[in-house]
Design a protein around this ligand. Structure first.
Ligand code: NAD
Length: 476
């Protein structure tokens, strides 16, 4: 097997007959590589990150085409929200890998001196990454960056609901990365169940809460640590500011990828009638300025992933007063960007994660009411506040429980590699991106080193007479 071989260019077609990986075979192969510590060397990690960079650069068009086939994603959006994000993660990891892998020396208490103490970041071993369909490249290869940087072997399980992307990655990954250390296993629930039955050193899952519980259960059975990147209803609280600009920021965060974004503002809490009225005036104008009079004809607007999700989202379009949009087309799984008002807080559109291009506006009288509303529900993945008042920013940070916070901006906190990304409570556990990803896939191992040539520990050996007790208590 060629190790770290040069990747083929896109001009050379990849072998379409690459056999499908089976869970047990992939796990066995990677366990061998893990046991031989293949992926641990600094050089191996760097070479794999470079290969991943080349995979993205040389297959940009093919990846955009697969994303368009699966989700009707516009190429510009695919690059901006998926491919460029992975490249940024790779660049960041390459730049900082030397610091991340270096041992961190810590102070040794007087009672243990002379000695040195270090914290080592050690690879966890063999990692399973399970990805969803909404950002099927980013959410599969993004975690891979951290896992490879940390020196692990990795099995990737793409979502079966993005079949073109899944098939493409199943061909590309083995063509560019070392097959001994990285594998792609395609399939649905049955395959994932089989994968979960293998022995892992870490499971990294992104997706909905229901499957998150299944993954957590399977991980617990084997005492395997798991990261769960889940979703939820991320609120956007609008208090004050330039409402036209606020409407643009909310609409951009909401309607990209046709609303199928885990951190998208799920609903708006408009504080005060004036703000709510102005948002109702501005949002339809913004939607028209982004996607034209007929968003169905816009090249910049996506489609819903499958019929089941289409039916679910279409039913939300009727659960309030339609401020903007409201139409759909089952044949093309098109849902018009829709803004609703006067929604019932107990209606499905306000109790289920929308995960589509429907934006309810809920009116509240005061900032405190908005905070109470958010905290009375499961903790969201993100919470956004639109206000120019620093006092409210502080109050929002102090009082709202959410995976991440954005002030006057939606979705973009996840584009800062030095910020951790993850949920809390119902929106998940653990985090990644940048060093946070490296740490998620590493064990922080303590190492204490002394010499035994001179026995400096005599004071702690029994019997504990008066003099020893005094010495031990004085040096701590
Ligand atoms: P999905 O249906 O693609 O499922 C995710 C993975 O679970 C897939 O690989 C799938 O094969 C597997 N799976 C499905 N059923 C299974 C079963 N019964 N047993 C074992 N595995 C199974 O994705 P989804 O759940 O529809 O994704 C949407 C959800 O993901 C939303 O809630 C969204 O907010 C969340 N999400 C979170 C993030 C994040 O970064 N936190 C990102 C994207 C999506």
């Amino acid at each position: 097997m060629a190790k770290n071989r040069r990747a083929p260019s896109t001009a050379a077609p990849l072998d379409p007959r690459t056999p499908a990986e089976r869970p047990a075979d992939a796990a066995r192969r990677l366990r061998d590589a893990t046991d031989s510590r293949l992926a641990q060397t600094r050089r191996f990690r760097s070479v794999q990150l470079k290969a991943l960079e080349r995979l993205l650069a040389e297959n940009d068009e093919a990846l955009c085409a697969a994303l368009a086939a699966d989700l009707g994603k516009p190429d510009a959006e695919s690059r901006l929200t998926e491919l460029d994000r992975i490249k940024a993660e790779i660049d960041h990891a390459q730049l900082h890998l030397g610091d991340w892998v270096a041992d961190r020396h810590v102070r040794v208490p007087v009672s243990l001196q002379p000695a040195t103490a270090r914290v080592q970041a050690r690879p966890l071993g063999m990692v399973l990454v399970i990805a969803p369909w909404n950002y099927p490249v980013l959410l599969l290869l993004g975690p891979l960056v951290g896992a490879l940087a940390a020196g692990n072997t990795v099995v990737l399980k793409p979502s079966e609901l993005a079949p073109a992307t899944s098939a493409l990655l199943a061909r590309l990954v083995p063509a560019y990365l070392d097959r001994r250390a990285v594998a792609v296993v395609e399939g649905g629930a049955e395959t994932t169940t089989e994968l979960l039955g293998q022995s892992w050193d870490h499971i990294f899952y992104t997706g909905g809460e229901r499957v998150g519980r299944i993954v957590a259960h399977a991980a617990a059975e084997q005492l395997t640590p798991a990261t769960l990147e889940l979703g939820g209803k991320s609120p956007a609280v609008v208090c004050d500011g330039n409402v036209a600009a606020i409407a643009r920021r909310i609409a951009h965060g909401k309607f990209m990828n046709a609303g199928q974004t885990c951190v998208a503002p799920d609903y708006v809490l408009a504080v005060g009638a004036q703000v709510a009225d102005e948002l109702e005036r501005q949002l339809p104008k913004v939607i028209a300025s982004f996607y034209g009079k007929d968003p169905a004809a816009s090249r910049d607007y996506g489609r819903i992933v499958n019929d089941a999700h289409f039916a679910r989202i279409a039913s939300y379009q009727q659960q309030g007063r339609v401020v903007s949009g409201g139409s759909n087309d089952a044949a093309t799984r098109y849902i018009e960007p829709t803004v609703l008002a006067d929604v019932d807080p107990q209606a499905p559109v306000m109790t289920e994660e929308i995960f589509g291009p429907v934006l309810p506006i809920v009116r509240v009288d005061r900032f405190d009411d908005a905070v109470r509303f958010i905290n009375s529900r499961p903790s969201p993945l993100s919470a956004y506040l639109f206000s120019e008042r620093p006092r409210l920013h502080t109050a929002f940070e102090d009082q709202v429980r959410a995976g991440g916070i954005g002030h006057n901006v939606c979705n973009m906190h996840l584009a800062v590699p030095d910020l951790p990304f993850g949920g809390v409570g119902a929106s998940g556990m653990g985090n990644y991106h940048g060093k946070w990803g490296f740490d998620t896939f590493s064990q922080q191992r303590p190492v204490l080193s002394k010499t035994a040539m001179i026995d400096t520990l005599r004071a702690v050996y029994p019997p504990f007479g008066w003099a020893k007790r005094r010495i031990m208590r004085s040096i701590g």
